[in-house]
Design a protein around this ligand. Structure first.
Ligand code: PGA
Length: 209
């Protein structure tokens, strides 16, 4: 899929999970005609190491020989609600061919934290403690309690979704995602209703399936 459609419109996550995949595809794929939408963003100033745009630039975009068109949620926009509406409309105008997702320990996808439903649209959100703790792992220079995220509704509209899960610390998360009750308490479970989802898990993440 990544190589098959040069005009692919894809939504990409950041964080530690997709890094090996990005390393692998960076030298091999031509994304010059592709469009990338960055899945989510923290309420941090431009250039902070934990900004999703900073991470995607470092882990993928800067490694590509030709840059795709990139659209992102700007947390510093004067009107976050208007920025979310602009982004959702850019996504809808042509749709998403492929969305890659990681998953948080609390079952979030993007920043669709527990409480999110399939009707949750692109919006400003308050971060869970788990997401705030993640900021330290990403080298944040300051704390924030909010972010912007593509909504579950828009995620679920993607033609194809790849859920990436890596590491033993995600084994319980993946088991709950696949077998637990479908519920807003663990938003990743809504992917089971989508029917167009491929799970890519390493052996340790899949050890409790
Ligand atoms: P991680 O984050 O890839 O850094 O584990 C995933 C997430 O919290 O969505």
């Amino acid at each position: 899929m990544l190589a098959a459609d040069p005009k692919l419109r894809m939504c990409l996550p950041t964080g530690s999970t997709p890094r090996p995949l990005y390393e692998q595809i960076a030298g091999q794929s031509d994304f010059s005609d592709a469009t990338v939408f960055i899945l989510d963003e923290f309420g941090l100033p431009d250039g902070d190491p934990a900004r999703c745009s900073t991470m995607l630039e470092r882990d993928l975009l800067s490694l590509l020989s030709s840059r795709p068109k990139v659209d992102r949620l700007d947390p510093m926009a004067p009107d976050p609600e208007a920025e979310c509406a602009r982004f959702a409309s850019a996504v809808a105008d042509g749709g998403l061919g492929l969305t890659l997702l990681g998953v948080g320990r609390n079952g979030h996808v993007g920043l669709n934290e527990p409480g999110s439903t399939p009707e949750s649209t692109t919006r400003r959100v308050i971060l869970s403690q788990q997401s705030r703790d993640g900021l330290n792992r990403y080298g944040a220079e300051r704390d924030t309690d909010w972010g912007l995220t593509l909504g579950l509704e828009e995620v679920l509209s993607s033609a194809e979704i790849w859920l990436l899960v890596r590491g033993a610390h995600k084994a319980d998360v993946l088991a709950s995602a696949v077998r637990g009750p479908i519920s807003s308490d663990f938003p990743v479970t809504y992917l089971r209703e989508a029917g167009n989802v491929i799970v890519w898990a390493d052996e340790s993440a899949a050890s409790r399936l």
